[in-house]
Design a protein around this ligand. Sequence first.
Ligand SMILES: Nc1ncnc2c1ncn2[C@@H]1O[C@H](COP(=O)(O)OP(=O)(O)O)[C@@H](O)[C@H]1O
Ligand SMILES: O=P(O)(O)OC[C@H](O)CO
Length: 495
Amino acid sequence: MEQYILSIDAGTTSARCIIFDKQGNVRAMKQRELHMVYPHDGWVEQSAREIWEVQRTVCQEAIAALAIRPEQIAAIGITNQRETTIVWDKQTGEPIAPAIVWQCRRTASMAEDLRTRGLEPYIRKTTGLLVDAYFSATKISWILDHVTGARHRAKRGELLFGTVDSWLIWNLTGGKRHVTDVTNAARTMLFDIHAHKWDAAICRELDIPMELLPEVVPSSGVLGETEAQLFGAPIPIAGVAGDQQSALFGQTCFEPGNAKNTYGTGCFLLMNTGDKPVESHNGLLTTVAWEIDGKITYALEGSVFVAGAAIQWLRDEMGLVKQSADTQALAQSVQDTGGVYFVPAFTGLGAPYWDPYARGMLIGLTRSTSRAQVVRAVLESLAYQTADVLRAMQQDAGIALQTLRADGGASANDFLMQFQSDLCHVPVTRPACVETTAMGAAFLSGLAVGFWADFSDIKRTVAVSRTFQPQMDSAQRMKKLAGWEKAVSRCRDWA
Ligand SMILES: Nc1ncnc2c1ncn2[C@@H]1O[C@H](COP(=O)(O)OP(=O)(O)O)[C@@H](O)[C@H]1O
Ligand SMILES: O=P(O)(O)OC[C@H](O)CO
């Protein structure tokens, strides 16, 4: 009987389940969109219950679509939107508040307070992160502050915190396992990435009882099994990683200096830095790439909050395109943007600026600006933000990138890929299967159960489908980048 790996890809905009065979082919894929809630300016929430129920449904649908028996699934891998914070009741399994999504800025003032109290150097050294509302720590504290009796209950061990991986594992195992993997733990701003444990001092500063926190497990290794009635038989859960680390693994960035950029809701550029954490002096994050066989690999990360989300905004709020994919032909229908720049700082700016008070901006409009030019400016903004991050990363790592490996929903856009290559003056490759996030989790779990033997075995399953070579001359490139820099300076410190 043929064996498969089932990968759970719990993204921000959608829940996906992909079933891979040994050759790395997608044999079944089911996906459903998730609702986002924006209750106030800068706030972003989701229903934790919906995250679980939709995810369970797509898994059941994918298994049914391939018409396989549960025994044919050798293992499950999980990858997830990171930082998103869920607190639930240990007894009933019910969330005590909506999930606070990674993009949510409601705790910006709490982060500022930590900085004012002089805690940033300690937090930065310990966690590898900047002090920002992006990470889970201030979000947990906010829930404990705003849900009546929550802090008291947390101290009594009645509540549990988890990022989306934790929440899914808790539900998949019928409440038997409260764990998170080391890559997700590294995004909470509570985890010591050097000592590999939760940091008591930071928890104390934020008044977060440590009883809330999950056990931290490696990214590859059997951590439990699913409840039998969910899929018809218990299935081992053997790999977990945050979606960006998972994409790094799925792109087989196994060597120090290898880097990938994922163009999803946000844009996340990660570079493997080997077994040593590299400190950033340019607004990047030091993070855990994965832990396998007791060995931790680190990465540098540039996190851009709004990328594909700006394309969705064009489609859903502005009505300028019917589908995200329409942006490609429109952008290609004009020579340039006619001097128009778009800065998608809807929820502030992430790396390398870290300005929670920046807001979105369209600048350089004239009476002759066309719809196609505005659409092109929005697409170009994804590439400009990436160029900013890549410049910072090359400085921090002291490495000139040879190739940028692209993936994620918006990497399907040929215009964007070409413009990215032009702007960064580096070849951009797109893999044959752009589902590298889900593949990463599949690989991590497959390694744990011997489905794939080692890294070389995994590498054989991955192929590049297209390489975009830089074509723009350097004078034009410099002019465009200078215009972008000016545009960014105009939208800073606005809200
Ligand atoms: N052809 C395309 N051109 C530009 N953007 C696209 C295209 N296809 C999808 N997108 C954008 O990619 C995003 C979805 O990417 P995905 O990797 O599925 O995101 P996530 O994992 O964050 O849920 C959406 O924001 C969508 O607007
Ligand atoms: O849902 P994505 O793919 O945009 O990823 C979200 C990130 O994990 C947030 O840090």
